[in-house]
Design a protein around this ligand. Structure first.
Ligand SMILES: Nc1nc2c(c(=O)[nH]1)N[C@H]1C(S)=C(S)[C@@H](COP(=O)(O)OP(=O)(O)OC[C@H]3O[C@@H](n4cnc5c(N)ncnc54)[C@H](O)[C@@H]3O)O[C@H]1N2
Ligand code: MOO
Length: 407
């Protein structure tokens, strides 16, 4: 990896992110999807409950629905019926009586308390209650979770599995979400072969494209996979033109540095525009951002760790914004560094680390070993980035450092 501390013109990471977010428009198209199919989608129209939840007072336990005041006399209570979830008891619990009730069954009229069956002794159609009972025990109140008309999800929310449960329970069977943006993806390099095919001398497998495809799918984006391209201006130009026609954003890997076969950035410059090139980050310095027509372009460095670090630090915020969700910085933690870290002032370092809880020291973090931008084993072993600020120098064991847990 090259050092760039003395090089002027590198954009600080936060400035690069800000420029990206300011330059991009969220997709405006919306579509209606089944609630069950909406995981990961971005809410476009507010989601409102269509009912109270629970819809009526019901039992939280298997037991007996009673009138609390009846316990004063200490007399046995007559069991006059049964209430099941889905099959309510239709009569009324009058003084001196009770109803056998199951979890989830509607609380019968007249009852105000449920006694767990473990606290009731049944004999000959009557029960005797023992132990401490308070009025209202084990009753789930109508509407205590959600009220009819309550706002459930605001526009811009990314729908989680829990949101799907919430909407389904509240009777919301369809939801209006943003259209999934389509992201065109290609990698460049004469040396790149497809996994599953033989390697010639000097070849390597294309690892960036499958990794980026997976990362895009994880974000619930549509992918237009344009394949692995040779180091050829014509091939790159053709892919860029198609991507600009068919996609909402373009991601490439490779060809953004200064080598004699690094054509991606050059072709973009000829056919579109480069808004910025080179960010003060390590790895990932040669990251380029621009446009072809109205379609934003993210040029990731070819080095595999650099490609993924720039994807997570710069492209994820940008694509999140395009999806229609406000991007917020991921939570960070402070952890005690266990080993020294080399670092020169000039770029924000995203070193790969493994953090864990230590009985004596609290949260601690170990760098994964080799930190080169070609070292995929370290990235694969890591569970966090150790984020060392742009102006900082080396870090020592015992220093508190900022870590950003990886998903
Ligand atoms: N003289 C300089 N050389 C380099 C500089 C520099 O500032 N001055 N920057 C270095 C840094 S930092 C990076 S990062 C790389 C980025 O270069 P490119 O984006 O042009 O990428 P390539 O040259 O095409 O490839 C770099 C490296 O990564 C391998 N690679 C490329 N694509 C893939 C892929 N899809 N899957 C797996 N591996 C890939 C490629 O074989 C090279 O080894 O430039 C430095 N050089
Ligand atoms: O340091 Mo490069 O910027 O290998 O990614």
């Amino acid at each position: 990896m090259s050092d760039c501390c003395s090089q002027p013109g590198l954009l600080p990471v936060a400035t690069a992110r800000e420029k990206l977010l300011n330059a991009l428009q969220p997709v405006s198209d919306e579509e209606c999807v089944d609630t069950a199919m909406a995981a990961g989608r971005i809410v476009a129209k507010p989601v409102t409950s269509t009912l109270d939840l629970p819809p009526c007072d019901n039992s939280a336990m298997d037991g007996y629905a009673i009138r609390f005041a009846d316990l004063q006399s200490g007399k046995p209570l007559e069991v006059i019926g049964r209430a099941f979830a889905g099959t309510p008891f239709t009569g009324s619990v009058n003084p001196g009586t009770c109803v056998r009730i199951m979890t989830g069954a509607v609380l019968p009229d007249g009852a105000d308390t449920v006694v767990m069956q473990e606290q009731a002794e049944a004999e000959g159609g009557f029960i005797r209650v023992s132990g401490r009972v308070s009025v209202g025990d084990h009753i789930r109140q109508r509407g205590e979770d959600i009220r009819d008309g309550d706002a459930l999800l605001a526009p811009g929310t990314r729908i989680t599995v829990a949101h799907i449960a919430l909407m389904a329970a509240a009777g919301v069977h369809t939801v209006t979400v943003k259209r999934r943006p389509k992201v065109a993806l290609f990698s460049t390099g004469d040396e790149l072969r497809q996994p599953g095919t033989p390697l010639r001398a000097g070849d390597i497998y294309d690892s960036n494209r499958p990794a980026l495809r997976a990362a895009l799918s994880e974000m619930h984006l549509e992918v237009l996979d344009l394949g692995t391209l040779p180091d050829s201006r014509a091939a790159i130009a053709e892919a860029l033109q198609r991507a600009a026609r068919e996609a909402d954003a373009i991601i490439s890997s490779g060809g953004v540095s200064v080598g004699e076969a690094d054509y991606t950035r050059e072709v973009l410059e000829e056919q579109g525009e480069i808004s910025f090139w080179k960010v003060a980050m390590k790895p990932g310095k040669p990251f380029a951002f621009g446009r072809l027509g109205n379609t934003p372009f993210f040029g990731l460095p070819g080095n595999p760790v650099s490609a993924l670090v720039t994807f997570y630090q710069l492209v994820v915020p940008a694509l999140t914004h395009i999806q229609g969700k406000t991007w917020t910085a991921p939570p960070t933690l402070q952890a005690k560094l266990q080993q020294p870290l080399k670092k020169k002032p000039g770029r924000t370092d995203f070193q790969r680390g493994i953090f864990q809880n230590d009985a004596a020291n609290g949260l601690v973090v170990d760098p994964v070993g080799l930190q080169g931008s070609h070292i995929l084993s370290g990235l694969a072993a890591a569970n966090c980035f150790i984020v060392l600020p742009q102006d900082s120098g080396p870090a020592q064991p015992g220093d508190l450092v900022t870590i950003e847990p990886l998903r």
